[in-house]
Ligand binder design. Structure first.
Ligand code: CP
Ligand code: NVA
Length: 337
């Protein structure tokens, strides 16, 4: 017996329906409970999984690696300097070779077209571990964390404050609309999401009842927020944009004053990480030397505050990635969600 998930790739959020995404979130919660109770769940015994990384990663790489091992599979890391991809060999040829040896492929890199081509030519499930456009596995962890905290998703409001046109903003906008979670993208006009993405979110929102708000007005954008979410102001691959982004985004820094603008009794803070909240990194020290700033998208006070759930969120990367791999590659009976 196969399931509706078997053999499918997860390249972007719209690959799955609302019910399928909700199923994966709940399945991840189940796998998390199994792990906590030391109950084996080696649904992928004997499988081989390729982990392709053109960009660096702490959470996604660690999550795919440990999730694969817990599932009984063998993960193999293939970094950008290890393989021929894109230099001496096309994506299509690479996909055919990897697909003949591995049972599933994770890809993190720049172009969404690359992950789509890997899926088109490998004949095995491919999972997007972040591209410039989307970060779908992050979405499962984020909405699992929100559901763990609030016990529900429907009717909540998530305000994403910062670079409104990066992969995280794109993914949160569309996923919230699919799941029926109200989404506010709070950003300077220059960093608003692309019009076609706003239109897509509004199309889903019509079906699910989610409210979509795109605004540069911080007070209006965060007043209903149950969740304040931010991400780095400069994403991987855009490192020459610091000056422009700092000028645009400094008013949008998530600090205690911004957290207190919400009208909700309790608002949680989320961040996909890594975060610039102190001076404990090389890049943060360079930014301080050049711009005189000690914190960027979030202050240390908020980051270390009692409502900041970013490390629970980070752990949930593993449980949710495990759910995606087990559902799409395992021989599990899953009733049609
Ligand atoms: N959130 C996230 O994807 O983290 P990494 O870049 O460390 O994988
Ligand atoms: N927007 C960030 C997300 C990191 C997880 C980046 O692409 O660098």
């Amino acid at each position: 017996m196969t399931s509706i998930f078997q053999g499918r790739s997860f390249l972007k959020e719209i690959d799955f329906t609302k019910n399928e995404l909700l199923y994966l979130i709940d399945f991840a919660a189940h796998l998390k409970a199994l792990k906590q109770q030391n109950i084996p769940h080696n649904y992928l015994a004997g499988k081989n999984i390729a982990l392709l990384f053109e960009k660096t990663s702490t959470r996604t790489r660690s999550a795919f690696t440990t999730a694969a091992i817990d599932l009984g599979a063998h993960p193999e890391y293939l970094g950008k300097n290890d393989i021929q991809l894109g230099k001496k060999e096309s994506v299509e040829d690479t996909a055919k070779v990897l697909g003949s040896m591995f049972d599933g492929i994770e890809y993190r890199g720049f172009s969404q077209a690359t992950v789509e081509a890997l899926a088109a030519h490998s004949e095995v499930p491919v999972w997007n571990g972040l591209t410039d456009q989307w970060h779908p596995t992050q979405m499962l962890a984020d909405f699992l964390t929100i559901k763990e905290h609030f016990g529900k998703l429907t009717g909540l409001t998530l305000a994403y404050v910062g670079d409104g046109r990066n992969n995280m903003a794109n993914s949160l906008l569309i996923t919230g609309a699919i799941l029926g979670v109200n989404i506010s993208i709070v950003a300077p006009k220059k960093l608003f999401p692309a019009n076609d993405l706003i239109a897509l979110a509004e199309k889903y929102a019509e079906e699910t009842g989610a409210n979509i708000l795109i605004t540069d007005a911080i007070d209006q954008g965060v007043e209903q927020a149950d969740i304040i979410y931010t991400d780095v102001w400069v994403s991987m691959g855009e490192e020459d944009a610091y000056q422009e982004r700092i000028e645009l985004l400094l008013p949008y820094q998530v600090n205690q004053a911004l957290m207190e603008k919400t009208h909700k009794k309790e608002t949680i803070f989320l961040h996909c990480l890594p975060a610039f909240h102190d001076l404990e990194t090389k890049v943060a020290k360079e930014i301080q030397a050049t711009y005189g700033l000690t914190e960027l998208e979030v202050t240390d006070e908020v980051f270390r505050g009692k409502n900041a759930l970013q490390f629970q969120q980070a752990e949930n990367r593993m449980h949710t990635i495990k759910a995606v791999m087990a559902a799409t590659l395992g021989n599990l009976f899953i009733p049609h969600p």
